[in-house]
Ligand binder design. Structure first.
Ligand code: ATP
Ligand code: MG
Length: 563
């Protein structure tokens, strides 16, 4: 049940425009050795979209014998937390990747970044501005109109240096001043209209404490951190395409030790899912879900808790490829990858989610026997186990029908079915409660059919899963559905309006074959005929809890065969 390593998956060499670029840079000597980085802001948990960026950055480093850094983009002390840092590291490792050396932080470079800001001021390429955010916005112009110069744009180098040092010394309140790069207020690209590069934020930082009350902006920290780390290919999503000229301007105008290049690829979007951290944060804070790792969340930790294997996520990402055009993927593709993986890897067990008691009247009271069962028909090495058969067993309520149509190949009065790994049984009697619900079936078994075949060649159409009443274990099982009913929940601000009220169904008193409870948390197994399930960390000795990872029905295969 071990997962294949990432190496063997890359044997069928992924190809895309970024890998082609890396290959050609290595071939013509532009790049000696490839260095990439994954740069999360620690203000939330990683999600399936991040997995795309992780697989790309770490994948390229490993395919081309290079390195990939994990760098926390921790330039905003207001929103960042240690909990997120720990979760991000755990998720990257779980996905099967290891960063080069220690994790790095933009804050490791605050001293250098500060020196470089003074360097720009001294070169007449940065100035301290007193305009407030609203005024700055007005001065910036629009896509069709050029901006206009701030009245402070022509401050002398001396005055700028003095003001910037006083910003650093804490003389001014938040927002009173900013340091801006002096580029071009008429530039067609608005990012070049004198972007802010340092802001005043009187907040202690998780790593640098009270040392700073000014912090570099994303644009000033990001590319410069890349240059300090010797990143060769800085890969980011398409929304940063318009920032590339600024990225290049800063590298060109600063004494950086290397010249990284930025490349953009399309982000991953998924129907029935929100991937914006702001929205995911809102779901957590307002308790629409049970924390960042709720199995309905598209977070890596939520997927893991649901029982989704890392290998299936890597497979999913590799099937998407890396392109420059935005698209939205159907979560059914991820489900398909999960089923394909689990069908081969997951052990089978029997569990009855909505039990109906069956008494086998011709089986002696107090007797039981052990029957052989195969753990995984797709994998001989998974071996066998025994299951207990006894006079009282449970079957699934939906596997019995009192007035069954002809095509109902399960149990009904007078009909015979096979119990998986056991015997044929025939239903003779139905017992109901006062409300008229079926509460028990009275059946007989045919001792000649042990193992599931009749010596007289008689056939039955249905095979049911079951568990013995003598040794089954009671459990809670949680069934999940999409978190949203709208295929595109992110399109409106009111995305909460389309939350699926039925995204979680909790079943109690489910009956499990005993060995199921010994499975480790989050390792998916197949409950025969019912789907894939994995133990939840909420499990206690008294009450094991299982999450449904996935049903068995493959809707992606259907979508594929239609198109
Ligand atoms: P936000 O939701 O606020 O836009 P973010 O998801 O961009 O935040 P970061 O922590 O900055 O959060 O992301 C880290 C890296 O992951 C970035 O390089 C970013 O481009 C990449 N990334 C984020 N979301 C996706 C996505 N949906 N698909 C592919 N890559 C992504
Ligand atoms: Mg971001």
């Amino acid at each position: 049940m071990t997962e294949p390593d990432t190496q063997s998956e890359t044997a069928n060499e992924p190809r895309d425009f970024i890998r082609e670029r890396v290959r050609s840079d290595l071939n013509d000597g532009t790049t000696q050795s490839v260095v990439t980085r994954f740069p999360p802001e620690p203000n939330g948990y990683l999600h399936i979209g991040h997995a795309k960026s992780i697989c790309l950055n770490f994948g390229i480093a490993s395919e081309f014998a290079g390195k990939c850094n994990l760098r926390f983009d921790d330039t905003n002390p207001a929103k960042e937390e240690q909990e997120f840092i720990d979760a991000i590291e755990e998720d990257v490792r779980w996905l099967g990747f290891q960063w080069s050396g220690q994790p790095k932080h933009a804050s490791d470079y605050f001293d250098t970044l500060y020196t470089w800001a003074e360097h720009l001021i001294e070169a007449g390429k940065a100035y301290v501005d007193d305009l407030n955010a609203e005024e700055m916005r007005l001065y910036r112009g629009t896509l069709t109109e050029p901006g206009k110069d701030s009245p402070h744009r022509s401050r002398s180098v001396q005055e700028n240096l003095d003001l910037f040092r006083r910003m650093k010394a804490g003389e001014f309140p938040d927002g009173a001043k900013v340091l801006r790069a002096k580029i071009d207020m008429a530039a067609g690209n608005i990012n070049l209209r004198d972007p802010a590069i340092y802001r005043i934020v009187h907040k202690p930082h998780p790593r640098t404490g009270e040392t700073w009350c000014i912090y570099p902006t994303y644009d000033f920290a990001h590319g410069q951190s890349d240059a300090i780390e010797g990143i060769t290919h800085s890969l980011c999503t398409l929304e940063f395409e318009d920032h590339r000229p600024l990225y290049e301007w800063l590298i060109e105008n600063l004494p950086t030790p290397s010249t990284p290049k930025q490349y953009e690829f399309a982000r991953l979007n998924m129907t029935y899912t929100v991937l914006s951290k702001r929205r995911l944060t809102q779901l957590v804070k307002d308790q629409h879900v049970n924390g960042w790792s709720d199995p309905r969340m598209p977070t890596i930790s939520g997927l893991r808790r649901r029982g989704i294997p890392a290998a299936a996520i890597r497979d999913f990402v590799s099937r998407l490829g890396v392109t420059k055009s935005d698209s939205t993927v159907d979560p059914a593709l991820l489900d398909h990858c999960v089923r394909e993986y689990l069908n081969k890897q997951a052990e089978r067990r029997m569990a009855v989610l909505r039990p109906l008691k069956v008494v086998i009247e011709n089986y002696p009271e107090g007797q039981s026997e052990s029957l052989d069962a195969v753990n995984n028909p797709e994998d001989e090495t998974a071996g066998n186990r025994t299951v207990t058969f006894s006079r009282e067993i449970y079957i699934e309520q939906e596997d019995f029908m009192e007035d069954a149509p002809k095509k109902f190949f399960r149990l009904a009065p007078g009909r015979e079915v096979r119990l998986r790994w056991a015997y044929f049984i025939t239903c003779n009697d139905v017992i109901k409660n006062d409300a008229g619900d079926v509460v028990e079936l009275r059946c007989t078994y045919d001792p000649e059919t042990k193992g599931g075949n009749a010596p007289d060649g008689r056939k039955v159409k249905g095979t049911l899963h079951w568990v013995s009443a003598v040794d089954s274990i009671d459990a809670e099982v949680r069934l999940y559905d999409h978190l949203f009913t709208d295929p595109n929940p992110g399109k409106s601000e009111d995305f909460l309006a389309t939350l699926n009220a039925e995204s979680l169904e909790v079943l109690k008193g489910c009956k499990l074959e005993p060995s199921i409870v010994d499975f480790p948390v989050s390792l998916a197994l197949q409950f025969e005929r019912m789907g894939y399930f994995a133990k939840d960390p909420d499990s206690s000795d008294q009450t094991p809890v299982f999450n449904r990872t996935m049903t068995l029905r493959d809707s992606w295969a259907k979508i594929q065969s239609k198109s």
